[in-house]
Design a protein around this ligand. Structure first.
Ligand code: FAD
Length: 405
């Protein structure tokens, strides 16, 4: 059972005190980013709602925004959240909810300081929206599991040390029941990673093939057969990481739009009005995300993550299209050139991704990654509005008997 988080004036004072001390002992301007992140983790300011010793202070998740705001105001390095977005945004939540004490101790700190990058191995060629239908097999062999199969669209696999993988361990159970979740060593024998190039020219994601790869049973998350439950925690955290995070005001793509407008010197009233409208919508979404975090009780996000993700996907496309539209012909070219290369997630990536043209191209994926907008609407319809569910003819049928194309 997760203990109730500490809230109120005491909790806020405690968080502020920890931030004051962190900034005084490790001034961001003169501290190496990795050293700063290590100190941030040790001070309980990585994920304030996690237990002490696991990068948290055991306070309500609503104080995450306070940490982000104050560290951002102090110009502290925060790009670990980009460099290890899947680990910090999703893997941490999985370990917090389902991990053992040993697993948290082993994985959380190296994740936060970006010594070990994480990736997520859910989607397969035959299982995307219907990820519970996946076919990658894991078979027990003593203290290990042997896994075989193929994953696809695996963001950051080429840089990752650890991967969150969902496998089928019992094909005779219905599809949601025969799944087990592991953390796989991406550098192990039998793991083959091949880049896939995107519209941006970068290979941000990959195909991953498992050919008799071995995973120790100690890397299993939760019980055998509980993989769907852990996968749902991952996806809920993913939707919040994509659409429900609370970046500082005027940052991200709306910041790029504002800079582009200023640089263009455009006196166009229509542009100005449209920029103001988009800014208002982005700000409303940001504030709504903050309120949703405040409502989140025990750190496991609910369907509100899907609402934010759905709305953000459409709005981000609008913002980036408006930005390149203001640039005229320049908006149709990539200033640094269009080359095919694997994405490198470091400070360099922060510079590159800030090119408005790349933001525009990258935003096309927003309504697909982390679950498509159609799937988000289904979740909202069923879980928030209480509408009748989709027909699910294979729900109680053993996975091995479900016809597959
Ligand atoms: C940039 C990017 C990064 C990604 N990173 C990862 C990653 O790191 N790890 C990972 O595991 N996956 C990743 N994915 C994969 C992503 O999760 C899937 O692409 C997504 O879930 C959709 O699955 P699919 O591509 O198989 O499409 P399909 O499921 O085949 O869907 C095709 C179309 O049918 C629609 N559709 C399907 N089912 C329904 C339904 N029941 N009702 C209404 N419409 C439906 C979909 O909305 C879509 O338009 C990434 C994708 C992108 C674009």
């Amino acid at each position: 059972m997760t203990a109730s988080p500490i809230t109120g004036v005491d909790a806020e004072a405690r968080v502020n005190e920890a931030i004051d001390k962190l900034l005084a002992d490790h001034p961001p301007a003169s501290t190496e980013p990795k050293v700063f992140w290590g100190a941030q983790f040790d001070a309980g300011l990585a994920w304030v709602d996690f237990e002490q010793g696991s990068g948290g202070l055991g306070v309500s998740p609503k104080y995450r925004e306070l940490v982000t705001r104050r560290l951002n105001d102090a110009d502290a390095p925060m790009w670990n959240r980009i460099a290890n977005i899947i680990g910090i945004g999703m893997g941490a939540g999985v370990l917090h909810t389902h991990g053992t004490a040993e697993q948290k101790e082993r994985w959380l700190r190296p994740m936060f300081v970006v010594d070990e990058v994480w990736c997520q191995l859910f989607s397969e060629p035959g299982a995307g929206s219907d990820v519970a239908g996946l076919a990658t097999r894991a078979v027990k062999d003593g203290d290990e599991w042997i896994i075989n199969g193929q994953k696809v669209w695996t963001t950051l696999a080429h840089l990752a040390k650890w991967g969150m993988v969902v496998t089928r361990t019992d094909p005779e159970q219905p599809k949601h029941k025969g799944l087990t979740y592991f953390i796989v060593d991406m550098e192990a024998d039998g793991v083959d990673i091949r880049p896939l190039y995107q519209i941006t020219g970068e290979a941000e994601f990959n195909e991953v093939f498992f050919d008799d790869a071995r995973i120790p049973d100690a890397n299993r998350i939760d019980d055998v057969g509980a993989g769907w439950r852990v996968a749902m925690t991952t996806l809920m955290n993913e939707r919040v990481a994509i659409g429900g995070n609370t970046p500082p005001r005027n940052s991200g793509t709306i910041g790029v739009a504002m800079d582009t407008w200023k640089q263009s010197g455009s006196g166009d009233v229509g542009d100005r009005r449209e920029l103001a409208r988009l800014w208002g919508e982005v700000e409303a979404m940001r504030l709504t995300a903050i309120r949703a975090t405040e409502n989140m009780q025990a750190g496991v996000p609910g369907p509100e993550g899907s609402t934010g993700k759905l709305a953000w996907a459409d709005l981000n496309k609008e913002v980036t299209a408006f930005t390149v539209g203001m640039m005229g012909f320049d908006g149709a070219t990539i200033p640094e050139g269009y080359t095919l290369e694997p994405t490198v997630y470091d400070t360099r990536m922060t510079e590159r991704i800030l090119s408005p043209q790349r933001w525009f191209l990258r935003s096309r994926a927003n309504s697909i990654e982390g679950g498509t907008s159609e799937i988000m609407r289904n979740i909202l319809g069923e879980r928030v509005l209480g509408l009748p569910g989709e027909p699910r003819v294979d729900k109680n049928v053993p996975w091995s008997e479900v016809p597959r194309g």
